[in-house]
Design a protein around this ligand. Structure first.
Ligand code: ADP
Length: 247
């Protein structure tokens, strides 16, 4: 089954910007998929069209065979989103953030309590459970947005630059947890600017630029396609900056 099936997706903003110019992308269930591209390439727009935050101009998006455009409620419960911008309610405690999120997705009180306890433990937030989110450090806020995304056990987890501005320890910690979630069966869609990270973690990669998918495949296939040894060099070739290559 496909976790995500995007066909001919076009998104034109009212300003006239065509952020997606007919994107077709398929992510098989269980994949660890990296969507890479420079700023302004259309990554966030693609994620927003997948999660019901933006309405496509045309084309289709299906999440586990549910239409994510016209019946997005079904599709939405299959997706957990950890957005790039941390958007926690400042007036809730850590535990309430998880509890309300679970409630929104129809989890019973008992399920919510058990799941929140498990995630607080996994993300080293147990001691902070009664603290208001506004008193958390940046790293803790980042961990909490990830725990929140996982709260309703979504089969597809979308991570929009989860490690931007994150220190080394937290980055390694996040990856360890995300890899475990993937091994346990959750499909991952990741955007990141850290190419070495993507090369190590992702089993499939797509490069997007100016609203179009330029190439898609395993790291090996992409390197072969561009006749280079690393994903970074493939990226530099893609954006026409070969002279920056470290090879
Ligand atoms: P990325 O996530 O890859 O940085 P985005 O999807 O944010 O790219 O942006 C793609 C293009 O769409 C850019 O040119 C950006 O300026 C434009 N864009 C994004 N969001 C909006 C919006 N809400 N209104 C108008 N233009 C937008």
């Amino acid at each position: 089954m496909l976790a995500l099936d995007i066909q001919n997706l076009v998104k034109r903003y009212p300003s006239g910007t065509e952020a997606l110019k007919g994107v077709t992308l398929q992510i098989p269930e269980g994949a660890f998929f990296g969507l890479l591209g420079p700023n302004g390439a259309g990554k966030s727009t693609l994620i927003h069209c997948t999660t019901g935050l933006a309405r496509p101009t045309s084309g289709s998006v299906r999440v586990f065979e549910h239409d994510a455009v016209n019946h997005y409620q079904h599709a939405r419960s299959g997706v957990g989103l950890a957005p790039q911008e941390i958007n926690l309610d400042q007036f809730l405690t850590v535990e309430q953030v998880l509890d309300y999120h679970g409630g929104y997705f129809g989890m019973t009180r008992r399920e919510r309590r058990a799941r929140a306890g498990e995630l607080l433990e996994a993300f080293s937030l147990t001691e902070k459970r009664e603290d208001f989110t506004r008193f958390l450090s940046g790293g803790m806020k980042r961990r909490l947005t990830l725990a929140r995304a996982l709260m309703h056990r979504p089969p597809l987890l979308i991570l929009d630059e989860p490690t931007a501005g994150v220190d080394v320890e937290l980055r390694l910690e996040l990856w360890r947890y995300i890899e475990r979630v993937n091994v346990e069966g959750t499909t991952i869609l990741l955007t990141t600017h850290y190419l070495e990270e993507a090369e190590r973690l992702c089993d499939r990669i797509a490069f997007i630029n100016h609203g179009s998918i330029i190439t898609e495949g395993s790291v090996g296939e992409i390197c072969d396609h561009f006749h280079v040894a690393t994903l970074e060099d493939a990226y530099l070739r893609l954006i026409g900056r070969d002279e920056l290559s470290r090879a």
